[in-house]
Design a binder for this molecule. Structure first.
Ligand code: GLV
Length: 328
């Protein structure tokens, strides 16, 4: 039997690529730093049965209609807001993702941003390198304490609860808001369930851990930022459009909130003239919260296992729309 044709929109780390070369006829987009244009994806999927996509690749009905043989879209990410799921289901295309393997790594990075923004690590690094350090000073780079502060988690899924576990080690009071109440985790971790306005008013750190959906788009805008303390810090490692970043830049510039740590943007890559990038009280990163060597390797293996499972007639470990299975 001939091997199924597969298109991969970027080279993946580790042995995942070897597996693909052994078990499929694979074509890979050749550039690491630039995603394939939509026209290229449409052309490459024309006779493909499988597609491995990234968060950078919008996979909509137009792409799917260019791929009459496509049976599986395996997203190399836990989030899948780049894919039109109803369109895939309607066409009998199974969509899969990579939850679980990146949870702790993203929670680690969330804490990296919490600590960096609170203690002004990036500003201090720049200042030291630029030769501006003249003397130990009682008021040089004063920041905010993390230990004992109140953390508000917007979303208490896998990653939100991993952040809550870390917060306990910092003796933090942890509030959370979610559409699903988790009384088991409230008991286990001593968390407090609140509504969003209360969480915003009472937290020293607000960290976002919801998926991007029509309901969460601009969940944090000017009105919500106005509820936060002037000493509060906003952290976003989830998806950029959950926060109105123009409103966030205003709030930071006017010191209506104290700082922010941002790994995800409304447009990625973020344009260099974005108002957030003009501010000192923002720590930014280029969407790297899951980027540890071990985790990106595990994500690649899981994305390939998801893909091969569908192509070889097995149930994939993490389908998003299991109802599409067996329809194509
Ligand atoms: C990355 O953003 C992911 O969703 O895994």
């Amino acid at each position: 039997m001939s091997k199924p044709k597969v298109y991969v929109t970027r080279r993946l780390p580790g042995e995942a690529m070897d597996l693909l070369y052994q078990r499929t006829q694979v074509t890979v987009w050749g550039e690491d730093a630039v995603p394939p244009p939509k026209e290229v994806i449409k052309r490459e999927v024309a006779d493909a049965e499988g597609l491995i996509s990234l968060v950078t690749d919008p996979i909509d009905a137009e792409v799917m209609d260019a791929a009459p043989k496509l049976r599986v879209i395996s997203n190399y990410a836990v989030g899948y807001d780049n894919i039109d799921i109803p369109a895939a289901t309607a066409r009998g295309i199974v969509v899969t993702h990579t939850p679980g393997v990146l949870t702790e790594t993203v929670a680690d990075f969330t804490f990296a941003l919490i600590l960096a923004a609170a203690r002004r690590v990036v500003e201090a690094d720049r200042f030291t390198r630029e030769g501006k350090w003249k003397s130990w000073e009682p008021m040089l780079f004063l920041g905010q304490d993390v230990y004992g502060a109140t953390l508000g988690l917007v979303g208490l899924g896998r990653i939100g609860s991993a952040v809550a576990r870390r917060a306990k080690g910092f003796n933090m009071r942890v509030l959370y808001y979610d559409v699903v109440r988790r009384e088991d985790l409230e008991r286990e971790l001593g968390l407090e369930f609140t509504d969003l306005p209360t969480l915003l008013r009472e937290s020293d750190f607000v960290s976002i851990h919801t998926p991007l959906t029509p309901e969460t788009r601009h969940l944090i805008g000017a009105k919500e930022l106005n509820l936060m303390k002037p000493t509060a810090i906003l952290i976003n490692t989830a998806r950029g459009p959950i926060v109105d970043t123009i409103a966030l830049a205003h709030a930071l510039r006017e010191r209506r909130i104290w700082a922010a740590g941002i790994d995800v943007f409304e447009t990625e890559p973020v344009p260099p003239d974005h108002p957030l990038l003009q501010l000192d009280n923002v720590v930014v990163a280029p969407h790297i919260a899951s980027a540890s060597i071990a985790t990106r390797t595990k994500m690649a293996l899981l994305a390939v296992e998801n893909l091969l499972s569908v192509l070889e007639g097995r149930v994939p470990p993490h389908p998003v729309n299991p109802e599409a299975m067996g329809k194509r």
